[in-house]
Design a protein around this ligand. Structure first.
Ligand code: AMP
Length: 420
């Protein structure tokens, strides 16, 4: 399986062997459209190869990464390649499952562009370009929003005029869905439990950050909303604020809508509070006595704790709180501060477990704790590959011919789409 994650100016990719879920190659093309683009390709067990030079568009980027894969012996036309899994950010209410792409599916993803104006166009370009490189291969869209489509209506709706909301598709969609799906399932496995019987709070704390409440494998609440701006304090995004802040900025400070958008999405969060969005640097500055870094850390952690309390109430019973993504996987101080004094909710971390250096999924709460606190490194590409592979290998064919099965599916319908 090849997995492509196309951003507005970058393409991340992984080639995975689904027999043992190992990574055959991984890479990144960044600064697409700029003069100094860069490709970094790492084959399994080999040295990373770096190339710099202009990569004007996504088509050129995909050809360049196809060239790197070919140099390792993996062609785009290799019969062993079962499918390409594409990360697509916004699937709206329409896409609740991974879906084999055809013209109708692409048109639907295009229709959702107003909901994700920065992301969906790049995802569409990636799909079209990869499709052109091998039109016979199934291409599967895996949506960031899909895992959250199980949220009940009382969690997904904003309390605003229903007709206005419905006319403009305004509701809470949630994002980072593949991460929340993978991490909640993997956490249950770590605890030796069935996902269907496990209630988990996932804290995906990266540069973007979101929390989810997962009851028996199904998402029942998440912190991001119509867009990835709502919820936790993030690297550059404010997370929750009173929406009247925007009216106030427009009326009193004379900011335009675009300026408010930029302020809240790019100049807020940890950057807005203290000038840094790297948690390592923020903790270093805090420990050196920097008051701005200290307050930023406290605001970040205070928001996390509010969500922990809220999601405990949403779930009723919590089996595990799981930290993932850049900050969640690596920052022992954030994990410690997030649960400090929450013994009343059954939450605590063991200091030695919390600070031990490890890249493996692990429990960090004390032995016998009421609620397990765990760290599970997220694997979004692996999850995309797993979901897409499951679709193309079970698409109505029993002879084991995955490519043929999925291709017929692509030609016939929208694959796994259903209105769950
Ligand atoms: P992500 O978006 O998941 O790649 O996370 C990126 C963020 O993770 C960075 O902006 C840092 O704030 C944070 N991060 C990465 N490594 C560490 C680390 N070793 N300790 C603390 N935070 C880290």
């Amino acid at each position: 399986m090849l997995v492509l994650n196309c951003g507005s100016s970058s393409v991340k990719y992984q080639l995975l062997d689904m027999a043992d879920r190992s990574r055959l190659a991984a890479g990144l093309v960044e600064r697409i459209g700029e003069r100094a683009s860069r490709l970094l390709h790492t084959p399994q067990g080999g040295d990373a190869r770096e190339r710099t030079g202009p990569v004007p568009d996504h088509a050129t980027a995909l050809k360049a990464l196809a060239g790197e894969l070919a140099a390792d012996g993996y062609g785009f036309d290799d019969p062993e390649l079962a499918a390409v899994g594409h990360r697509v950010v916004h699937g709206g209410q329409r896409f609740t499952e991974p879906t084999v792409v055809d013209d109708a599916v692409l048109a639907e993803i295009e229709r959702l562009v107003p909901l994700a104006p920065l992301h969906n166009p790049a995802n569409i370009t990636g799909i079209r370009t990869a499709w052109a490189l091998n039109p016979g291969l199934p291409h599967v869209a895996v949506f960031d929003t899909a895992f959250h489509t199980t949220m009940p209506e009382h969690a997904a709706r904003y309390a605003i005029d229903v007709a206005t909301a419905d006319a403009h598709c305004i509701r809470r969609y949630g994002f980072h869905g593949t991460s929340h799906a993978y991490v909640s399932r993997r956490a249950a496995q770590l605890l030796g439990r069935e996902p269907q019987e496990t209630n988990v709070i996932v804290l995906h704390l990266g540069n973007g950050a979101s929390a989810s409440a997962v009851a028996g494998g199904r998402c029942v609440e998440t912190s991001m909303g119509l867009t990835p701006l709502e919820g936790l304090v993030m690297g550059t995004r404010s997370g929750d604020i009173d929406p009247a802040v925007v009216f106030h900025l427009a009326r009193v400070a004379g900011l335009s809508v675009d300026e408010c958008d930029e302020l809240l999405n790019k100049k807020s969060g940890m950057v807005g509070l203290c000038g840094d969005n790297d948690m390592r640097e923020i903790v270093r500055r805090r420990d050196a006595g920097d008051a701005a870094a200290r307050l930023a850390f406290e605001i970040y952690v205070h928001r996390l704790r509010k969500y922990l309390g809220a999601y405990t109430a949403v779930l009723g019973r919590v089996d595990a709180v799981v930290f993932t993504a850049g900050v969640g996987e690596n920052s022992a101080p954030v994990r410690q501060a997030a649960v400090e004094g929450l013994a009343g909710l059954g939450l605590a971390v063991d200091e030695a477990r919390n600070t031990a250096a490890s890249k493996e999924p692990r429990v960090i709460s004390p032995e016998g704790a009421e609620v397990a606190v765990a760290v599970v490194p997220t694997e979004e590409e692996l999850e995309i590959a797993t979901q897409a592979y499951a679709l193309v290998t079970t698409a109505g064919d029993t002879d084991g011919n995955a490519v043929g099965a999925a291709h017929r599916n692509a030609a016939g319908s929208t694959g796994g789409t259903s209105n769950r």
